[in-house]
Ligand binder design. Structure first.
Ligand code: G1P
Length: 291
């Protein structure tokens, strides 16, 4: 079973300036909690027990968020604000830990994943890119299904979704004989990082959720710089796929790209409408605005 997940959070979030000038983009609030909490919850729901943040010196607030805050807890207790106390102490269940490692230089996603090599050791692991929120309201989320599939087949799993053809140059794109049904995996023939429009092998884009064997780390050590002059995870996966079966898993849920401003606003609307306490008032508010 996969128990470890790498979350690369060292990026400076230039797409989200000015907000990300002094707040990590992962800490920007979606309704009433930072975006990264949704990603950590997604991992935990899929059975992950150790979250590995690959981080940067300017991003200590992420680690602080997942740590206990004794002063705040004591104050809430003294003021008998037990609901709030419960909420802040239950951000992480007791069986889940968060550890962090630094990415000393911005050399790309592949390099970020490689920074967690010693923590991962010989185990297979998941990677979740925190810019993308995956909203999946079924009892078993997409990542859980990918992990089960990996457990059964030993084949690395790459989560994909269809994007319009003119947008393929913004993503990793997979090459498959046919598009799998939602919730299903299919053997991948290739994968390429940000192909130019018109040259892409399909319109199935890499969403930012991966289940990978430990072997990918030694491949990353030998991955030359690729697109954007960065060490690309996509290129290491392409190497892996030459010696082992790698599968593209087509997601069932919906994605929100919180690294972009419009994607973020869309996420706030969708998560706001479904919020257990604020949802119905928020819906009326939107209806009032659109009348
Ligand atoms: C990264 C990956 C890319 C993937 C994308 C998903 O790119 O390299 O393959 O499709 O995330 O968001 P980035 O957005 O960091 O440029």
């Amino acid at each position: 079973m996969i128990k470890k997940a790498i979350l690369p959070v060292a990026g400076l979030g230039t797409r989200f300036l000015p907000a990300s000038k002094s707040i990590p983009k992962e800490m920007v609030t979606v309704v009433d909690r930072p975006a990264i909490e949704y990603v950590v919850k997604e991992a935990i729901e899929a059975g992950i027990e150790q979250i590995i943040l690959v981080t940067h010196s300017s991003k200590a607030s992420i680690e602080n968020y997942f740590d206990r805050n004794f002063e705040l807890e004591t104050t809430l207790e003294q003021k008998q604000k037990f609901d709030l106390l419960k909420e802040i102490t239950e951000i992480l269940p007791p069986h889940v830990s968060v550890v962090s490692v630094r990415q000393p230089q911005p050399l790309g996603l592949g390099h970020a994943v490689l920074c967690a090599k010693d923590i991962v050791g010989n185990e297979a692991f998941a990677v979740l890119l925190p810019d993308v929120l995956v909203k999946d309201d079924s009892h078993e989320n997409d990542l859980a299904r990918m992990i089960q599939r990996f457990d059964r087949s030993d084949a690395a799993q790459i989560m994909v979704e269809a994007v319009p053809n003119h947008m393929v140059d913004q993503y990793g794109i997979v090459d498959v004989a046919q598009s799998p049904d939602e919730g299903e995996s299919i053997i991948m023939q290739g994968i390429v990082e940000k192909p130019t429009v018109g040259t892409a092998p399909s319109n199935l884009s890499v969403v930012g959720r991966y289940v990978l064997p430990a072997k990918i780390m030694s491949l990353l050590e030998n991955t030359p710089r690729g697109a954007g002059n960065e060490i690309q995870l996509t290129d290491a996966i392409a190497m892996l796929q030459k010696s082992e079966v790698v599968e593209a898993y087509r997601m069932k849920g919906k994605t929100f790209d919180c690294g972009s401003k419009l994607g973020y606003l869309k996420a706030v609307l969708h998560y706001g409408i479904d919020h257990p306490k604020l949802g119905s008032d928020f819906k009326s508010l939107i209806q009032d605005l659109t009348l």
